[in-house]
Design a binder for this molecule. Sequence first.
Ligand code: FAD
Length: 355
Amino acid sequence: MGVGFELFKDAVVWEEVEVLNLSGKPYTVFTPYSKAWKAKTIPAPRPKFPARNLKSEISVFKSDALPKSPDECGYPLTQTIPPGGERAALELLRKFMAAPVYEYGTARNFPAVDGGSNLSPHLRAGTIGIRTILAELAKAREKAAPAQKPSCEVFLNELIWREFYAQVLHNFPHVTRGAFRPEYDALKWSDNQEHFAAWCEGKTGYPIVDAAMRCLNATGTMHNRLRMIVAMFLTKDLMVNWQLGERYFMRQLVDGDMAANNGGWQWSAGTGTDAAPYFRIFNPVSQAEKFDAEGKFVRHWIPELKDFSDDLVHQPWENPLLLSRSKYCPRIVLHEEQRDLCLAMFKAVKGDLKT
Ligand SMILES: Cc1cc2nc3c(=O)[nH]c(=O)nc-3n(C[C@H](O)[C@H](O)[C@H](O)COP(=O)(O)OP(=O)(O)OC[C@H]3O[C@@H](n4cnc5c(N)ncnc54)[C@H](O)[C@@H]3O)c2cc1C
């Protein structure tokens, strides 16, 4: 139709090989990467195009009516997912920058608090531009009281983590097939399918893990803290290969993103760039007690636990009688025992490791 078009990079601010170290190599550690990222000037969002009446221009295209729901396409949706589209994305951004961004540094850790921006599905789908978010963040930072500025910085760092993992995926594409450090491909993971199924269904007997997985299955989303907890649990307590968890997440998540998901899984498993060291193993009970102290999140997703007091809700096995009366499942493994087995699994390959 003689209508010109231009292409713009918009998934990330700095892509592929735009942030390299002094030797011209890609970064594999986050902190120096983020310093180099921050040293560059962030381009402003593109100005909006003037409104045009496109109706007459596109009337030449004939189309069947668009389906109103996935059911009509033969893909019934089992999850209740958040609204899509640019309008919904801008509304989330507006709400987040109005106040929550100033508490983000702390609030982001608590699953029962809506402390994050919830923008990940939009960033993934491209219904919001990263430079639009950064421009609004810069405005919010200008208005912030001194005590609120660190929260703005934490939020910026999370956006940079996203770009860090995007460039890891580009520069080290072998991460899609195995560990970033290939030595870890020799780990002898468990092939206990029942354990994996229990994890997927939210029936491990560890309330924080099960609540998180039930939330994922029902909504297609999961809080960042919980992603770390369930990923650590699958890889360190159940000793199941992180790649199974990675694949399950990609199938369930509304924000499923190859780079961020792979990075998050390899971080949790201890096999990735700048990952948690393999011997850092989250205790699911103390994590739950710290980040869901009143059991609000857990009780919401596991109604079977409604009769358990706050001090028992994260470890219902401490009251065996009440547990057997409730419909909640017993633990499938004992964390303390699995921890030692897991350390032994890693130590068996560690002898060959250079780092
Ligand atoms: C095992 C595991 C798997 C993950 N899988 C995904 C995934 O498939 N898609 C995805 O977008 N994020 C993933 N993350 C990162 C993080 O959990 C989500 O980005 C975050 O929970 C989204 O919520 P939010 O939009 O409120 O984030 P906010 O806290 O508001 O952060 C703002 C944005 O920064 C980005 N971001 C935040 N944390 C990270 C991070 N650790 N790594 C990369 N980007 C980040 C996201 O785009 C997010 O929308 C994963 C983390 C882990 C530990």
